[in-house]
Design a protein around this ligand. Sequence first.
Ligand code: ARG
Length: 472
Amino acid sequence: MANTTKKSTKVWSGRFESGPSELMEAFSRSIDVDRHMWQQDILVNKAWAEALCEIGIFTADEARSVQAGLDQIAAEFEHDAFEFLPDDEDIHVAIERRLTELTGEAGARIHTGRSRNDQVATDARLFLKQHVDIWCQKLAALQNSLIELAKANLGIVMPGYTHLQQAQPILLSHYLLAIFWGVDRTLSRLDDYFERLDVMPLGNGALAGAAFPVDRQKLAARLGFARISNNSIDTTGDRDFCAELLFIIGSFFSHVSRVCAELQWWSSNDIAFVEFSDQYATGSSMMPQKKNPDAMELIRGKSAAAIAAANQILILQKGLPLTYNRDLQEDKPVTFHQLREASISTEIFEQALKTASFNKDKMAAAIDPNTLATDAADYLVRKNVPFRQAHEIAGKLVRLAIERKVALSALSLQDFRSVSPVFDDDVFAALTVEASLAQRNIAGGTGPDAVKNQLAEASARAAKYDKNAFLR
Ligand code: ARG
């Protein structure tokens, strides 16, 4: 079977005596992935047909029949009635083949001046414009949910960690907004990326430019591209628009996977800061009591392939001679798949957070009083003790508190004075979680006023990317 050959009916069969083996044919087919671009391919065909009509390649009648044929093909796809044939290597060939069946000679003229090399790059950019926008809307929804959560949970205190060791008290809202700003960087990268995505390759032909004077500016306007590409050699072989997107997706996943790790830990029975809703948790086939944070674990798991994909697309392009090489057909499976994964993960992450309940008593009770040690040192600094000495003094007090098995603030004034005479009665007011937070109203800090200001800034930022504001 592998060596079966037959006379080919392929679009490129003229110079061949026989067709490819079935093995080779199946190997080179990309229809399973690029069939998802049927809508874009129809749009590109329609615009190209119009451009060809303007330069006299089609008569007005032929142009009309081509437009009607393309509408019919679109309807066939919509009704799942389009029939692919074995010779349909990819979506471009399939649609041209069907158009020719429907319109005869008119359809046979559609590929004038055009190559699948500029066609596929145009289709893929159009496809990504649409689907990146869908992802952006989900990211904007995630931002809005984070803002709502931060507002609803204002005032909830919890331990903040570094090295997974309790460090200083923070507000839960401050933590939630930390997630917001990571998403904001993703959106800002996508916004910037969009400028470079929004460039039309059509008219570049195979590599040297179409030999027919189609109006590329008009074509771009019709297809909704902001610009046309400048160099046919560059554009037919350029897949930066995939690589950049995969980097953005990889960086999004690397950020979100950290939050997932943390929330997985927060949801453990020992910590119990958070409980996920039944809709976003799963059970165990063996242990009846289990409620597992699988949404977090799956997103973190998916980040492995996403980060690898950013590497894969760069390796795919590395060392290729300029212009189109068939290697580039491997761009779409990974890019489309990862964009879909990012989009779904964003939605799951948002819903899991939105429907989770945060246990404010557990969070407050978990704060180790010794996390106020920095505040003890800061207290001394405010009384003119150099910070390095203040740090040493506070460290000694922590040791004393640990020895006595009491909270730092439960030591007596006499104990405080035994380490430094600078301490006064007012030290006890300084060593509360509320006082610690109130000292951190610096812009970007976890103090309650600072977090309220941050919320206002986040809201203004989110409005920028809110629904439909993204696509220019
Ligand atoms: N299916 C190909 C791709 O996805 C486009 C076709 C270009 N093929 C060619 N032989 N020039 O990249």
